[in-house]
Write a protein that binds this ligand. Structure first.
Ligand SMILES: Cc1ncc(COP(=O)(O)O)c(C=O)c1O
Length: 350
């Protein structure tokens, strides 16, 4: 099976497992795990922040980010299809008591005007006590539901500036910030610079089995450690996991360009198929989103699965394929041939 469901399906390599087995460990709840401490320092350094905290998942990292910037009753501005809105179980409301005003993005990217409109305009005729106070602006880069979209740097900076002018804290969901850096040629540090806190994931594309980190100022990350413990994220000899993440940073981060190149090749192959709608120019990183114009996405995904290619249908016509380090050039060739064979059996009138 050629598994294109997600870049989270990668299996740790033998070399990564060896690094995990050799990891020096201690009790991380006491701050005594040397490998976790090394991973946190390295992550903070890559992102140009003072500190970072290792957590089990990107979801926990984002939710701690929201928690440390807000009080119950506050408002967060987040693009409507962002992971924080769509895939974190309503955590912002449940954990932080925060309501979300969804911004309408184009493939996940919104503008300073969208931020201004969402905050609204104060006027002496309108009591300031009516609206939930806007406190936080979140950005996702790359944007998963948008199709692995990269934020253009000028738009990113302008949106962050608009947020600052409104007094908002800024959180970046950079689960795939590594891919944004690899695809844009900008450093993770440049892309993280405008934000107070940044989530990054080691388990997406980088190939580690588990783990994310939240980075920011020493003060914010100190506060984050409290909520990590409160949410049950305190882990003991977590150096075994941190070793995999460190290995991924040092050995796999530089290889993400291959996944992006393969994603473009897959997109070009798909674009040549009748009944598939995709503009390869929209594929900017390792995520390929396309639609079927005949039949349903579910039918397409099931037929392809039967032919040995696993992808995720989304909605009536949408399909997602994600490239990752366990997929080779020849897997892309095989996948395209299998998809074409499976798809050509669908009557054009379906
Ligand atoms: C953009 C984005 N943010 C956050 C997450 C959450 O990460 P996790 O699955 O580790 O909770 C994901 C997961 O795919 C994601 O795509």
């Amino acid at each position: 099976m050629i598994d294109l469901r997600s870049d989270t399906v990668t299996k740790p390599s033998d070399a990564m497992r060896a690094a995990m087995a050799a990891a020096a460990v201690g009790d991380d709840v006491y701050g005594e795990d040397p490998t976790v401490n090394a991973l946190e320092a390295r992550t903070a350094d890559i992102l140009g922040k003072e500190a970072a905290v290792f957590v089990p998942t990107g979801t926990m990292s984002n939710q701690i980010g929201i928690r440390i910037h807000t009080q119950p009753g506050d408002l967060a501005l987040v693009e409507g299809s962002a992971h924080i809105v769509a895939n974190e179980g309503g955590g912002a409301a449940a954990i932080s008591g925060v309501s979300i005003r969804p911004l309408r993005g184009v493939r996940g990217v919104f503008t300073p005007d969208d931020v201004d409109a969402a905050v609204g305009v104060a006027h002496p005729y309108k009591p300031t006590t009516l609206s939930p106070p806007p406190r936080l602006l979140c950005v996702e880069n790359t944007h998963n539901a948008g199709g692995g979209t990269l934020w253009p740097l000028d738009t990113l900076l302008a949106v962050c500036e608009a947020g600052r002018l409104h007094g908002l804290s800024l959180h970046l969901d950079g689960a795939r910030l590594w891919h944004a850096a690899a695809a844009s040629g900008l450093s993770e540090r440049q892309l993280a610079e405008p934000f107070d806190t940044v989530n990054v994931c080691f388990s997406k594309g980088l190939g580690a089995p588990v783990g994310s980190a939240l980075a920011g100022s020493r003060g914010l990350i100190g506060r984050a450690r409290r909520f990590k413990q409160q949410l049950g994220g305190g882990m003991r000899q977590a150096g075994v996991l941190a070793a995999a993440a460190l290995f991924a940073l040092e050995h796999h981060r530089s290889e993400l360009g291959d996944d992006i190149r393969r994603a473009k090749r897959l997109a070009e192959g798909l674009a040549a198929l009748a009944g598939v709608d995709i503009d390869p120019a929209d594929v900017q990183s390792n995520i390929v989103r396309f639609s079927v114009t005949a039949g349903t996405a579910a039918d397409f995904a099931e037929r392809c699965h039967g032919a040995g290619v696993h992808m995720i249908p989304g909605g009536a016509r949408g399909v997602r394929a994600v490239l990752h380090r366990d997929i080779s050039d020849s897997d892309v060739t095989t996948a395209l041939a299998a998809i074409e064979a499976a798809w050509s059996r669908i009557p054009a009138s379906a």
